[in-house]
Design a protein around this ligand. Structure first.
Ligand code: FHN
Length: 433
């Protein structure tokens, strides 16, 4: 079909088989690590001695910090405790199959030696290493895929780059297209050519990202035909993946690849006063819920200015990894299940405000599937049996993944009514599928 865009993207020209081959590892992965790391970890949520609301990586904007003052955080950034092996080993132990790290966020600071902008880790800080290089090499050494986040539509320290996030300093006066041509596109060229990321994660597409400007970036992306990129470039390009953020869509995106990105605490970038961390049980049930709808979970960590991933985040990732060690086959490479009401159904009586049948989510179980198998994840352990009324399957047996002996459970089925007798709740519910 004729491309709707000035430049045809890979998604416009590849065959379904080519797309399936390109997306195969991503669909198998189901679980990745997002990393928001930058000089915003130096103020760590505080400006002029006061906490700035909702501001890890957004502190420059939320605190309306003048550009010259914000740039003074760079020489204070010397994360000598950063160790790529530690970070990648944590991601691997957590059962994560890919990493996506911020190469340049809205503050314009490049976390790699950029030739396009001296406001970068090599030229503006005492930390004369290239953390993206170290992470990319270590990730591939440990068998994980490596992705880069890049904020193409915002750079609050560059003239013309403060389009969406507000504008509070005359140093930000300028032309957006000039910013894109002199900073963003040259940086995209260098990060693609230097690190050959498997994923490019664009963000906050503003109206300024016109089809014409976006197509200039697509021409560059087309030079990397195996690259997976998301729906946040702008200019009407859908990219490869839908990107719901901090929430799980009630029914997923049928027929599309999608990934929920989410924080463990309340902000993406590090804040020293962050005390709210989602429980491991909530994070695990999110992972199961997302997989049951055919999506990926991109779970974020926000390392501090020393290069250390906060302990509450690391602990939760370790616990998730222990669960996946036992139950990973019920997540990796799975598809949504044939159970029609596996995660809810439309009410026959209640209506939404738009008059459509209300979606009634099911909260106590989810199901995933592989050819010949259905995995039922019980969030609340039922008193005696698991029962479903519309099982579009012919059950031949059942067992607990957590049971190393796979002791057969009693299964009865009458037509689409399926009943599996369960033992007393054998383990904490986050350990049992
Ligand atoms: O503004 C950013 C935010 O800082 C963070 O990077 C998230 C991650 O998806 N994206 C934007 C908000 O949608």
């Amino acid at each position: 079909p004729p491309t709707p865009h000035p430049v045809a993207a890979i998604q416009d020209t590849e065959t379904p088989a080519q797309r399936d081959a390109r997306m195969a590892w991503w669909r198998e992965a189901r679980f990745g690590m997002f990393i928001h790391w930058g000089i915003y970890a130096v103020p760590a949520g505080f400006w002029q001695g006061k906490p700035v609301d909702d501001a890890g990586e957004w502190i420059m904007n939320a605190g309306k910090i003048p550009v010259a003052d914000y740039k003074k955080f760079a020489p204070q950034f010397n994360p000598t405790q950063f160790d790529a092996h530690t970070w990648v080993s944590l991601a691997k132990a957590a059962g994560m199959k890919y990493i996506v790290i911020t190469s340049k966020h809205h503050d314009g600071f490049a976390m790699y030696p950029s030739k396009a902008n001296p406001f970068n880790i090599a030229d503006a800080t005492p930390f004369k290493r290239d953390p993206l290089r170290e992470l990319a090499d270590e990730a591939r050494r440990q068998g994980l895929k490596f992705g880069l986040y890049y904020s193409q539509a915002q750079d609050w320290t560059a003239p013309g780059g403060a389009a969406m996030g507000g504008h509070w300093d005359k140093a930000q006066d300028g032309d957006f297209a000039h910013y894109l041509h002199t900073k963003a596109i040259p940086q995209l060229k260098e990060i693609l050519a230097t690190y050959h990321p498997d994923v490019l994660w664009f963000d906050t597409p503003t109206a300024a990202m016109t089809p014409q400007l976006s197509s200039e970036i697509v021409s560059l992306l087309n030079q990397y035909p195996q690259l997976i990129w998301n729906n946040r470039l702008g200019g009407g390009y859908p990219g490869d993946t839908e990107t719901p953020e901090q929430h799980i869509p009630p029914q997923g995106f049928s027929g599309k690849d999608w990934e929920t990105c989410m924080t463990i605490n309340d902000t993406w970038g590090y804040k020293s006063n962050d005390t709210h961390f989602k429980s491991t049980k909530v994070l695990l049930q999110n992972l199961v819920d997302i997989a049951s709808k055919g999506g990926n979970y991109l779970l974020n960590v926000g390392p501090d200015a020393h290069g250390v991933i906060p302990a509450p985040e690391a602990e939760r990732l370790q616990q998730i990894g222990h669960w996946l060690d036992v139950n990973g086959e019920s997540i990796y490479g799975t598809s949504p299940t044939p159970f029609a009401d596996a995660h809810g159904s439309f009410s026959s009586s209640e209506k939404d405000q738009d008059g459509k049948p209300r979606w009634i989510p099911v909260w106590d179980w989810r199901a995933t599937s592989k050819p010949g198998k259905v995995y039922v994840h019980l969030f609340q352990w039922p008193s005696k049996s698991f029962h479903v009324d519309d099982a579009d399957i012919q059950a031949t047996g059942a067992y607990l993944l957590a049971d190393p002996h796979h002791t057969p459970l009693k299964v009865t089925q009458h037509g689409k009514q399926l009943d599996v007798q369960l033992p007393a709740k054998p383990l904490d519910s986050i350990d049992t599928v």
